[in-house]
Design a protein around this ligand. Structure first.
Ligand code: BES
Ligand code: MN
Ligand code: ZN
Length: 506
């Protein structure tokens, strides 16, 4: 993955000699743009007087020419930031991220590689917070994936922003922290997008294992990978069952971060790492099946969160488990009617082999809880098409057994621009997965598919505080925004990072 160099510059904007110098301009209460001192401020003032530039989100004023009062940059851009009054912190973060995304899009239009950002003063945010969210938006918006394109086509093509100089009138101490945090979260989310963009034959369970090992080495964490033989020994009938029809070896990838504090709480993250979901014997329709390479986005989010955890070393233990396999209809594949036995001993009647996510998650949840006695568990999975019917592509479905944990995730998601929405999990729904021949069955009928899938998972968490994020609608095709490109969004990473960064005893 490309890395953009970011520096806090002591040079003045006048001295910046790169491709694009950007000023973000908030709209004031009186609906007018706030004109701040800077290059081309007299031009901006004219545009403001004419009513052409109000500081609204879609306003932009582009100036050219170097020399006296014009600075040394090839282009100077004034970009509207929108109104900042009467907004919550979360809304202001999102506003800055969106502006950052617009900057990346404009830089792309102009093939600008070397840019300078003049930090706006955003009412309600510290300079540290505004630089963090603005840069996050730029870095997330600047993402592209061209690994599989011809080399010479790449050479001619714009490959994104390579250097960002950040200039601030306020010399706030935390600026450097804001920059670092934005880089870590954006890098992690972009790594998750990279994994998802890889095709099913480019990102396999073995790749999850290798990535976890490399993170462990880089940050001094512990990585354990269970292969098929260990899974058999541990009687993980869920992941083994799903893997049965495949020639690709399954992996249960475990990555542990331990905080220094011996009294630190432990958060367990479990991410669905289904590297391709054909549906198995209950084969999916052909149209759109290629998108099922994205069925590992939960696993990607969990493991990429660990990259930030490893770098920042928070005061909470974090363990990520990724059950990884594909779901294929080979001759030895699981069949409807088969009965499997999970790691926990619970037996399950397979009604539909395409409801495989819950089968691999069930083993991972039970194994993680038994092995690490976490204080809470959060799982992420592209689990059900039904969540798209319910919530569309704008909110992640959220269910669980512990309201304080659910609320933490809602707050973290809101402040990250990855909103969640809670669905109920009453006992009536749980009844839908009762089986006549086994302890439970793996589908609950056509009604309330997202909830019955969560009800299945709940059978494996006991009393441990648990929350489940169904990201089937948001992991790709997520709400259109400038900082969310077409394709996989990397959703979940920034929400989990936000929750972990602010961790307090649950
Ligand atoms: N990975 C899919 C869920 C999915 C569907 C994600 C569409 C994103 C877009 C999951 O494994 C699945 O196939 N679920 C089935 C469950 C059903 C058979 C009970 C579904 O949602 O149709
Ligand atoms: Mn499926
Ligand atoms: Zn699936």
């Amino acid at each position: 993955m490309k890395r953009t160099k970011i520096s806090l510059t002591r040079k003045t904007p006048e001295q910046f000699t790169g491709d694009l110098l950007v000023y973000c301009v908030p709209q004031q209460k009186n609906d007018k743009a706030k004109v701040v001192k800077g290059i081309g401020a007299s031009e901006l003032r004219k545009a403001v007087a004419l009513g052409d530039f109000k500081g609204e989100e879609e306003n932009r004023l582009l100036l050219y020419g170097k020399g006296k009062n014009k600075g040394s940059a090839n282009r100077v851009l004034y970009l509207g930031l929108g109104k900042t009054d009467k907004k919550s912190k979360a809304e202001l973060f999102e506003q800055c991220r969106q502006a950052g995304g617009r900057i990346a899009a404009i830089a792309k239009e102009m093939k600008a590689k070397n840019i300078c950002l003049c930090l706006p003063e955003v009412q309600g945010l510290s300079a540290e917070q505004s630089v963090e969210s603005l840069l996050e938006g730029v870095l997330l918006g600047d993402y592209h994936f061209d690994k599989y394109k011809k080399k010479d086509a790449k050479k001619k093509k714009y490959t994104g922003i390579s250097k960002i100089a950040v200039w601030s009138a306020l010399k706030e101490k935390g600026l450097r922290n804001g920059v670092k945090r934005s880089q870590r979260t954006a890098d992690a989310a972009c790594s998750a997008r990279d994994m998802a963009n890889e095709p099913g034959n480019g990102w396999t369970p073995a790749n999850f294992a290798a990535y976890a090992r490399s993170l462990a080495k880089e940050h001094g964490m512990k990585c354990t990978v269970l292969g098929k033989a260990e899974m058999k020994r541990l009687k993980m009938g869920g992941i083994l069952g799903v893997n049965q029809g495949s020639t690709e070896a399954p992996k249960m990838v475990v990555l542990e971060y331990r905080a220094k504090n011996p009294k630190a709480q432990t958060v367990l993250l479990v991410g669905k790492g289904l590297t391709f979901d054909s549906g198995g014997v209950s084969l999916k329709p052909g149209a759109g099946m290629q998108d099922m390479k994205y069925d590992m986005c939960g696993g990607a989010a969990a493991i990429c969160t660990m990259a930030v955890v490893g770098a920042e070393k928070p005061d909470v233990n974090v363990i990520a488990i990724i059950p990884a396999t594909d779901n294929m209809p080979g001759g030895s594949a699981l069949k409807p009617g088969d009965i499997i036995k999970h790691y926990s001993g619970v037996t399950s009647e397979i009604i539909n082999t395409d409801a495989e996510g819950r089968l691999i998650l069930a083993d991972a949840l039970a194994y993680g809880i038994k092995s690490y006695s976490p204080d809470c568990v959060v799982d992420l999975a592209t689990l059900t098409g039904a969540v798209i019917s319910g919530l569309g592509h704008h909110r992640t479905g959220l269910l669980g057994n512990n309201q304080p944990l659910i609320e933490r995730l809602c707050v973290a998601g809101e402040s990250s621009g990855e909103p969640l929405w809670q669905l109920p999990l009453d006992k009536e729904y749980v009844k839908q997965i009762d089986s006549d021949v086994a302890d439970i069955k793996n589908t609950g009928g056509p009604a309330a598919g997202t909830i019955t899938a969560a009800a299945y998972l709940q059978k494996f968490v006991g009393d441990t505080p648990w929350a489940h994020m169904d990201i089937a609608g948001t992991a790709w095709d997520f709400t259109k925004k400038e900082y969310i490109p077409k394709g996989p969004s990397g959703t979940g990473v920034r929400t989990l990072v936000a929750m972990i960064r602010h961790w307090k005893k649950l």
